[in-house]
Design a binder for this molecule. Structure first.
Ligand code: PMP
Ligand code: GLU
Length: 411
């Protein structure tokens, strides 16, 4: 190994999500039949009005303020107030090229330790490693909805001792598709121990049955919120995110601003104008429809996949399910996923990418392999949504699910 690369960086490998995306694209290019349950990307188009505002602003060429366009920060402040009841003022919001970058900067700024529930999204741990923040895992269970209990959190904080701590929480969750039911209890532990929380709310507008629920409502003074356009607005490739800092954390905010100004300067100007429309406009009809489709497709996969060989929790939000395969003969979840893609063409990500021990036979399944544009055009609010629609407009999801069921019979 070259000694001109820092050890903590040399040990990293490219992000599992982006790597599977590229692997799938290559397989498709080679003419292979692939069921893309591997990459987590919204299948829906960006609402046309937002695209047209981007087009109208394509000529905007001047740099915007390093913290982001004030009008956009104001719109996000109102959006958060409406959803969380907490007043994150526009002065406390920073616009970032995707929320992923915001989280990385947060790790770079933060001097302390990170608590992650297993499962956690693939990038949290590597980002902590980049910034040399030590990670402590809390292993959750299916019975606890794949979220930590208040007691587990309290015990973990006690075991770490008197240090600065950030807990990262993501609900609805990537990869489990569950929604956290004990935000209040977790918030109480956080308040009592004076730890910070990063509430990753990138999927919270994609909560199927409940309203948008943010832990900030229970402990506003401890909660940072990250979010953006990637999931609810179908704009992953646009790379527009935000980070909201609680009142009373001015030094943290200023450090983030400095890092932003010394790295990406400011997010591209036309996009920030388009994002104002996304956050100010009323996209409830689009959201109701896209959520209904995701819920329908998620439940289709859940109902057809669960069996005495496959344990799985029902989908509650986002676009993921996390099946556990019983009686597996494989030595790791990665080996199991390799076998699945080789024998069936179904791409999944192994549970080990999400913080689980490699022997735990979990995998993440993203049920987004369908044309969301065509699906959206073929539902209307009056009509009941049923499995026939899934068969018609999400045939790859149906066929991939069947392949997985067949494969599981060999276990
Ligand atoms: N958090 C979670 C849980 C995610 O799945 C993603 C995936 N894009 C992100 C954050 C990052 O989102 P973005 O950088 O596109 O805002
Ligand atoms: N969030 C998506 C996923 O989990 C992919 C995008 C990314 O990782 O940045 O598959």
């Amino acid at each position: 190994m070259d000694d001109d690369i820092k050890k903590n960086i040399a040990n990293l490998k490219p992000s599992a999500t982006l790597a599977i995306n590229e692997k799938i694209k290559q397989l498709l290019k080679d003419g292979k039949k692939v069921f893309n349950f591997g990459f987590g990307q919204s299948p829906f188009p960006i609402p046309e009005k937002i695209v047209s505002v981007l087009r109208d602003n394509a000529h905007k060429k001047d740099y915007l303020p390093m913290q982001g366009l004030p009008e956009l920060r104001e719109a996000i402040s109102k959006y958060l107030l409406k959803r969380t009841g907490v007043d994150y003022k526009k002065e406390n919001i920073i616009i970032t090229p995707g929320s992923k970058e915001a989280m990385l900067l947060m790790h770079v700024v933060f001097n302390g330790e990170i608590i992650l529930p297993a499962p956690s999204w693939v990038s949290y741990e590597p980002q902590a490693e980049i910034a040399k923040n030590k990670v402590h895992w809390i292993e959750t269970t299916l019975d606890n909805n794949w979220f930590p209990t208040a007691k587990q959190l309290e015990d973990k904080i006690n075991s770490i001792g008197k240090k600065n701590i950030i807990l990262i929480l993501n609900s609805p969750n990537n990869p489990s598709g569950s929604v956290c039911n004990n935000l209040n209890q977790i918030a109480n532990v956080a308040k009592h121990n004076n730890i910070k929380i990063l509430s990753d709310e990138i999927y919270t507008d994609l909560t199927f049955d409940k309203n948008y629920e943010s832990i900030s409502k229970f402990c506003p003074e401890n909660t940072f919120i990250s979010g953006g356009l990637s999931k609810w607005c179908g704009a992953g490739g646009w790379r527009l995110g935000f980070f909201a800092v609680p009142n009373g954390q001015k030094d943290f905010l200023n450090a983030l601003k400095t890092l932003a100004s010394e790295s990406y300067s400011t997010v591209n100007s036309p996009l920030q104008f388009a994002a104002v429309e996304a956050y100010k406009g009323d996209y409830s009809d689009y959201l109701n429809k896209t959520r209904s489709i995701l819920k329908l497709v998620g439940n289709y996969v859940f109902n057809n996949l669960k069996s005495n060989k496959i344990l799985i929790n029902p989908p509650k939000g986002a676009f993921y399910l996390m099946p556990e395969f019983l009686n597996s003969k494989f030595s790791s979840s990665a080996e199991m996923c390799d076998d699945i893609i080789n024998k069936t063409g179904v791409a999944l990500l192994p549970g080990s990418d999400f913080g689980f021990k490699s022997k735990k036979m979990l995998a993440r399944l993203s049920y987004t392999d369908f044309d969301g544009d065509i699906f959206l055009k073929n539902i209307n609010s009056g009509k009941k949504l049923d499995d026939d629609l899934v068969k018609k407009y999400a045939p790859n999801v149906v066929e991939g699910t069947n392949k997985l069921v067949e494969w599981s019979k060999t276990l």
